[in-house]
Design a protein around this ligand. Structure first.
Ligand code: DC
Length: 229
């Protein structure tokens, strides 16, 4: 029997993993599962419903009730929360902060991991996040861990904020990226770490096209069969 092909891609924020995960999904004709967008959607829902970000029980209930969906394939995936398009809203800086806070709540993670596993059950997906190779899909046959230096990751986040019209100094962005990294790596549940067997890609100096070529080479070299979509 053909193995359900799930490719996982984890790494810290700003490592450029979203761009390459999206590109890889498009190239292979796979679904792109942006798990960070799901934590962002829960963060947004919490802010909108004025739920206290320290109230773990309330956040877990909110995550269980949240209807999060994706529409579209490849580069043009839109994110929906309770029927409304939140693709842009979830990228706002205050939502990044809220997402990072809700992501430490075990009940929130349980609810979202369950949804992610449902989405991935038939394979042919590129799942991207922090724990997709360690917790969500530990049996995925191909796992990547994408990194880049703190300075480079902060510079990219700064450019993203700028082009989205959010004004923030580079210094502040760097402090926030650093703080969020620490929270992601040190939390008790599903901390950001490399899955055993993950292929490490340092994306500090590479162009996303070069990274994509490297990943495609690994996919072709792996024993998993990728049939055309
Ligand atoms: O990748 P991102 O910046 O969109 O992620 C938003 C937040 O969600 C970030 O603080 C990390 C967290 N996250 C997580 O804890 N687990 C995941 N699988 C994906 C994201």
């Amino acid at each position: 029997m053909k193995q359900a092909l799930i490719i996982t891609m984890d790494g810290p924020s700003g490592s450029g993993k979203s761009t390459v995960a999206r590109g890889l999904a498009r190239k292979l004709g796979f679904l792109y599962l942006d798990t960070g967008a799901m934590y962002r959607a829960v963060g947004l829902k919490a802010l909108r419903s004025k739920v206290d970000l320290a109230d773990r029980a309330a956040l877990a209930r909110l995550a269980e009730r949240a209807r999060i969906g994706f529409k579209g394939r490849g580069g043009k995936v839109r994110v929906f929360l309770d029927g409304a398009d939140v693709t842009r809203a979830i990228r706002r800086p205050e939502v990044s902060e809220a997402a990072s806070r809700v992501a430490v709540v075990p009940g929130v993670r349980r609810a979202l991991v369950k949804q992610q596993q449902m989405i991935g059950r038939s394979g042919r997906i590129v799942a991207e996040g922090r724990d997709t190779g360690t917790v969500v899909f530990p049996h995925a046959p191909l796992k990547f861990f994408v990194t880049a230096s703190l300075a480079e990751r902060s510079r990219r986040r700064y450019e993203e904020h700028k082009s989205a019209g959010h004004r923030m100094s580079l210094d502040r962005v760097m402090r926030e990226v650093h703080r969020r990294d620490r929270r992601d790596r040190s939390r008790k549940v599903a901390p950001l770490k490399e899955a055993p067997g993950a292929i490490r890609i340092d994306n500090t100096r590479l162009q996303s096209g070069q990274v994509l070529d490297t990943l495609i080479a690994y996919v072709h070299r792996s024993k998993t069969h990728v049939s055309p979509s």
